[in-house]
Design a protein around this ligand. Structure first.
Ligand SMILES: Cc1ncc(COP(=O)(O)O)c(C=O)c1O
Length: 456
């Protein structure tokens, strides 16, 4: 049985910002059409592909996602930090539509095209640091991180890679190995890649001796681990997210990242910033590293780069990236022309619509309201994040033990608010609204959240 978009949807407009910016519930969530399609999904797609909210989408744009039953949900997820410029953003739609009629693929390694080079030039210019850089394009965040490690190993002639507690870097063999959490990412998928070592992350809320000591102690423990267990001269790269995403939006204690960078510089270790989730204005800077003036040797980007088209990038010091022999990097689809046009549309939109400032504005609305909720609601243990990358960590009152976030997320979904969960302990609600969400939807979403949390 097949359904056309028209038969599945009651919406008459297209997607994008023209969609009515309203929460509208016309059925229970999920509604009958979504439930019907979910049953088909279960017969056709393996159970391993999970579903956060089983509504089937027909349109999305601005701050809403519209489902097949005609419900319009407030979007606090952006498809996991991807649609920073909004779904079907006009400049992205226009550029991609033009490109799709011209040509869809040649493979950049066979016969190149200008848009790929232009994306690379822009990333070389916009990423932190004014040193000479190179960029190459791949398809996913995992592929970017995996390639960054390849480059670092090749350029240094060393093998070891240091990663951190609560880190998430992807689902390929190497990036799954770099990832900290067993369930669901690693469980029974071993054996893992060799020469990966894990260090403590400066996690202020859960640091045993308190947040004030966190940066210094975590950095000292990391450096001691490297010196004693690996030997700094054997370490090719340190890979870290400037704000840990899947791990629970953990903002490392101030001072931790600069100390790690300093140690890397002193020991010829390549510092790789995984900005797959934090990049492209999400945190109120174009890249999160800017907050503490961090200049990575290599920066990995994806997600928000192309408004939903699959694209990722490895940008770094020219001497490192140029060290690799011809043909050592690449892939069939990396830097597909449609995705490159989308990326150029995203970068124009961020700049021309002031989305870095808009992300800060979102944080300025969200953080005070969430902190006020925290004061009245004992299960809210911590409120943290920057810009439009904000989370609350839930705890059991009295004990401080992690309190599961999934049921609370489900109740938000039932009210028409799409939120995501995260955290090593599954006790974090994370908020990643599109940067173009109107204020009234942001505030309405926070009011729903407050109601749900106060009922727990
Ligand atoms: C920090 C970080 N790195 C890497 C990845 C992997 O990206 P992808 O799912 O595009 O492979 C993710 C995805 O969530 C991420 O958040």
């Amino acid at each position: 049985m097949s359904h056309t978009v028209e038969s599945m949807s009651t919406a008459t407009t297209g997607g994008g910002p023209g969609l009515p910016q309203e929460r509208r519930l016309v059925t229970e969530i999920p509604g009958p059409r979504s439930r019907e399609m979910f049953a088909r999904k279960q017969s056709a797609v393996p159970a391993g592909i999970g579903t956060t909210l089983p509504v089937f989408v027909t349109h999305a744009g601005g701050g809403v996602v519209v489902d097949a039953d005609g419900n319009s949900l407030i979007d606090f997820g952006s498809g996991i930090a991807v649609t920073n410029v909004g779904n079907a953003a006009p400049r992205v739609v226009e550029r991609v539509s033009r490109q799709v009629a011209d040509f869809t693929h040649t493979c950049f390694m066979v016969t190149p095209y200008e848009s790929y080079v232009e994306v690379c030039e822009k990333l070389n210019e916009l990423t932190p640091g004014d040193h000479e850089k190179r960029t190459f394009l791949v398809n996913s965040g995992a592929e970017a991180v995996e390639n960054a490690v390849k480059v670092a190993r090749h350029a240094t002639g060393r093998q070891a890679v240091v990663v951190f507690d609560h880190g998430y870097h992807g689902r390929t063999l190497l990036t799954m190995t770099l990832t900290a959490k067993n369930m669901p990412y690693k469980h029974r998928f071993g054996p893992f890649a060799p020469e990966v070592y894990r260090a403590p992350l400066a996690y202020p809320f859960r640091w045993p001796t308190g947040p004030d000591n966190c940066a210094d102690e975590a950095a000292a423990q990391t450096i001691e681990m490297i010196d004693k267990q690996i030997g700094a001269e054997n370490v090719a790269a340190v890979v870290i997210e400037p704000i840990a995403g899947e791990g629970g939006f953990i903002v490392p204690a101030r001072g931790f990242l600069p100390k790690i960078v300093e140690f890397c510089r002193a020991n010829g270790i390549v510092f790789i910033a995984d900005e797959v989730q934090t990049g492209f204005a999400r945190t109120g800077d174009l890249f999160a590293c800017a907050d503490e003036g961090i200049v990575p040797d290599i920066i990995c980007t994806a997600k928000g780069i192309a408004g939903g088209l699959p694209l990722a990038a490895v940008t770094g010091r020219a001497d490192l990236l140029d060290a690799v022999h011809v043909g050592g990097l690449g892939g069939t689809y990396g830097g597909n022309p449609l995705a490159c046009e989308a990326a150029l549309g995203v970068l124009e939109t961020i700049e021309q619509d002031g989305l870095v400032e808009r992300a800060r504005h979102i944080g300025e609305i969200m953080l005070p309201r969430l902190r006020a909720i925290q004061e009245r609601t004992p299960i809210v243990g911590d409120v943290r994040g920057r810009g439009a990358m904000i989370a609350v960590e839930l705890v059991t009152p009295g004990t401080g033990e992690p309190y599961p976030a999934a049921e609370i997320a489900r109740r938000c979904h039932a009210e028409g608010l799409l939120v995501l969960t995260a955290g090593t302990y599954g006790n974090v609600l994370r908020f990643l609204p599109p940067l173009v969400i109107p204020d009234h939807l942001l505030n309405e979403g926070l009011t729903i959240l407050e109601k749900v949390l106060s009922e727990v």
